[in-house]
Design a protein around this ligand. Sequence first.
Ligand code: ARG
Length: 270
Amino acid sequence: MRLLMCLPLYYGIEYEINPWMSRSRQCQPELAKEQWRGLYRLVQDQLDVEVVLVEPRQGLPDMVFTANAGLVWQNNFIASNFRYEVRQGEKPHFENWFQVRGYEIRRIPEESIFEGEGDLLMCGDLFFAGYHIRTDILSHQKTAEIVQREILSLELTNEWFYHLDTCFCPLGNDRALFYPGAFDSYALKVLEDRIPTLIPVQEGEAKRFACNAIVVGNNVVMNDGCPAVRSRLEELGYSVFETPLSEFIKAGGSAKCLVLKIPDKEGPRA
Ligand code: ARG
């Protein structure tokens, strides 16, 4: 697996599309770059995962959140249809990145909002997808047709946790971190039915983006200041790496939002 990242050269809080964002609470550009580099190094050196880069574009400050580019599935890149116009300009750049590398670009109908891996995560063999705040439930069906798997839809009800990857973090095959206060009651039932070990995160650490962690094997990378989640994970045998990401939380994102998984392609083109 490789991870796609985007340097925060043009990153800033230029609009407000989730409750974390306020133009009056700007990020510090130099600190943002330093924090991004810290994450980049952790991923390459501690997780031993290759990072590939997409060129940042002026006027697209949220392009750093590559998790929202789409979903990479075998040789397919399923491109996102962003809900807000301010992010829609990212789409051709991400599509182009995958196209020139030989991926088949798959599009779902424009009216179906889909925000990529931000709202679509695998836990073991199961796909879980968030809807209501960003991604539309209709897009789940279109995506399911492409990946040819069932997708379990989870309704998100809390604006602070507007993407699934802000409140749900699969840990291998049968475990996940989750923040119960982000889901409707039926979604909670689906999670309980399908995932043998669900680890609840308290609100304080959920709001420090504890669920927005990058998990590679037994290693977990997350924002700093989540001691309860950290010790629970360590008890379960994980190695936890904390790295400060305050400047990205000002835009409503943390470690996991800053990377997009590119699994190894299957088949002859691998
Ligand atoms: N400001 C970005 C937005 O609201 C943050 C995206 C965070 N990404 C994520 N996968 N949760 O769209």
